[in-house]
Design a protein. Sequence first.
Length: 289
Amino acid sequence: MLVFLTFSFLVVLTAVSSSSGDRHVAQPALSISQSMSPGQSKSSSVHRHQRSVSYFNKPKEDWLLDGIGLVMQGIVIPALQVTLVYHFWSWLFPSWEHVLHLSGWLQFLISFVCVDYLYYWNHRGLHHSSLWNVHKVHHTVSEMDVLGTSRNTLWSSFFVVYLWVHALMLFVLEHPNGYVLGVSLTAALDLWRHSRFSLLPFQRKHPLVYRFFSSWLMLPHNHAWHHSSTEGNKNYGGNLNIWDKIHRTYHGESSYPRSIGIKLNLSIIQKLVLPIDDERQLSKPRGPN
């Protein structure tokens, strides 16, 4: 219930702001140069351009990629967590089953904060040249939308810390209700982070609300900079932006980037199964080498 209320609160706030302050965004998207008036800032133009793109302009291949990814991440991976991976930990550490007795709030903090820090380093590692092929299909998203959350190579989830840590915690915790709550909120924020529900209008209309959330939470426009065609080596954090601030990988510009995503000259089968470019089409890793 807390997860639903929190996510609903954020979505309603941003949706109301969008409808009241930016009614013109329902019009067809113009190029940045066309939509900018002489006295208009580039950042606000990019912001409107980002939010005016229609789902109906999305290529069929992208719909298929995102749909297959949604099935993988929404059904297959959770099923694997509570069956095969759970039994793997049971086989490896049989005496650990349900031995950990923690309060619900402590479980929540472990899930929402500690695992998030693990994910920060996990995500940075996926941007290293040795692992970039595992992750780069996710960065072919050219417009931020909820379905883009699931765009990935079929087997990329096996390289993400969530699959293994969540199953381990479910195995060792006696009553993992608080931990599951943190997992659910993390999943909801991941959807929101990839969505078009921006809190940027609150920067002007409700500055205290914006200042509160932007001080610790990774917002949609922050994550859009991670998907930027030019600044993809920033904002690796999931729930929290404090890890990027601590490790100096934070890009805090209060706007959307001009362009999002990378191009891969690969077939849909290659993107799903073996996304390795040939030498002429090599996509460079978006982070430390």
